[in-house]
Design a binder for this molecule. Sequence first.
Ligand code: PMP
Length: 281
Amino acid sequence: NTVFLNGDFMHADQARVSVFDRGFLLGDGVYEVIPVYAGRPFRLIQHLQRLQRSLDGVRMKNSYSDDKWSDIIAQLVTENGQGDQAVYLQVTRGVAPRDHVFPEGVEPTAFVMSNPIKPLPESYKRDGIKAITVEDIRWSQCDIKAITLLPNSLLRQKAQDVGAQEALLIRDGFMTEGSASNSYAVLDGVLYTAPKDEKVLPGITRDLVLELADKAGINYREQAVSDADLHRAEEIWISSSTREVLPVTTLDDKPVATGKPGPIWQQIDALYQRYKQEGKV
Ligand code: PMP
């Protein structure tokens, strides 16, 4: 497995980062996860735009131009055998003596790896997944894709501990998103997802879901759903680059409506799969 680190491609075992890296000591960095289908990065421009947005949000400079990032990713995907892969890209503020204050004249640490996309269990789409609701304990700038994922990890583990695949986060009585996904609810035939503000990550898959809903004439509103409404929803979904769009059919140990993946999810999933298969990017 080949990785990219600070300008060079190397075997993963050969890659070394200093213990003084601010990513390691302070969680001072941002990241992206880009799916690659049949060797072709999916929605790459959008991911690179979001990377720039995250970097701006934490006052970090971009190590490379979009063209250079595209070249790096293309080479890495080739080195690692094309096919379906998930590219993970991380930039930290660099290596410096530990201090909360930003160091001066330090180059960011840029790291990219790619791994085969693990196929999801077939049951996830056939039967749907389980989710639990938990209090959103994260900070107030969740629109920045920061590497500081301790709250997300704690909440996702809570779900894992009770045999659920995702934790849906509730802030001030309303669902924001999942611990590693955007989230949706269908109420009275209308699709709801939280608006793109500082409480949620602006998901690349979320944008595509709404684009597809728009084309299919599915009514949607970018409006957060209350905890109470969520528990009476006709359908609940999550979306992310690596899990695509998945139906949640059990919430807090109770079936969501009939307990089967709903018709609007089926419609969106079909459109999503067709979009992917047509080799669109
Ligand atoms: N929200 C959070 C908190 C996430 O971690 C992710 C996935 N990284 C998403 C939403 C989904 O974003 P995307 O569709 O761009 O993968």
